[in-house]
Design a protein around this ligand. Structure first.
Ligand code: PGA
Length: 257
């Protein structure tokens, strides 16, 4: 495994202007999150990346993007390249999020090209896969998620795959308040780990309605190495609580591990 620390990734989606993002980071720094036993990443919208990078300064919290294009430059109106992200201080990128698949025409083939491009630039891809409500109801989650995972990493060697992170996000759990049970999520993630050579060495995150109250039970599962968090990552205090819980501290300010 690339790291044994849990990884907590804040996916802000289309929330916060640069000004609002700076206010978040100022509050976050005041709360002084303990990141000794957890890796923390914030993925703001593109327009806030540079501002968040500057505001984070020497904080151990790292910067991620929510998507990117695969080419370095060219005629791709509206897109952002890995080189542009790198220059903004980005070290992580979420690829294949279900909202991008659903609303922006993201498909497995482009996700595969984006993963390769991110790795070529030293940006760690966080590859999102997940089952729809109907796939969940039909009981085909394991097959569907394994298939998506294989398509995302198609043609890649195990050592490349091992440098990525996967996020399992049941689509029916995203933003719904209806979290998957840690045991069921763990079973899906075990399937993901076995789907492609190299994933036995990566961190696999759970995403979908994760909150400070639920993250600890999730990361206690053997195949759950952290969380990709939307709604509960938008307030600095809640983000710090997620970090504290993920590294096993009941409350910020209690005796450290
Ligand atoms: P949520 O979003 O935590 O608000 O459910 C997670 C995600 O979509 O990454």
């Amino acid at each position: 495994m690339t790291s044994t620390k849990p990884l907590v990734v804040a996916n802000w989606k289309m929330h916060k202007t640069a000004f609002e993002a700076i206010a978040f980071v100022r509050e976050l720094l005041t709360l002084d999150p303990d990141c000794r036993h957890v890796d923390a990443v914030i993925c703001p919208p593109f327009t806030a990346l540079a501002a968040v990078h500057d505001a984070l300064g020497v904080s151990p919290v790292e910067l991620g993007a929510q998507t990117m294009w695969y080419a370095d430059s060219g005629a791709f109106t509206g897109e952002i390249s890995p080189r542009m992200l790198l220059e903004s201080g980005v070290r992580w990128v979420v690829l294949g999020h279900s909202e991008r698949r659903q609303y922006c025409g993201e498909v497995d083939e482009t996700i595969n090209r984006k993963i390769r491009a991110a790795l070529a630039h030293g940006i760690t891809p966080i590859v999102a896969v997940g089952d729809t409500p109907s796939e969940h109801a039909a009981g085909i989650t394991l097959d569907r998620v394994a298939e998506q995972t294989r398509a995302a990493f198609d043609g890649m060697i195990a050592d490349e795959v091992a440098r990525c992170v996967v996020a399992y996000e049941p689509i029916w759990a995203i933003g719904s308040g209806q979290i998957d049970s840690p045991e069921d999520a763990n079973a899906v993630m075990r399937e993901i780990r076995g789907a492609v050579p190299g994933l036995d060495r990566t961190r696999i995150l759970y995403g979908g309605s994760v909150e400070p109250a639920s993250i600890r039970r999730l990361v206690a599962q053997p195949n759950i190495d952290g969380a990709l968090v939307g709604g509960a990552s938008l307030e600095a205090s809640s983000f710090v609580a997620l970090l504290d819980e993920a590294q096993g501290r009941a409350l910020s300010g209690q005796a450290s591990m």
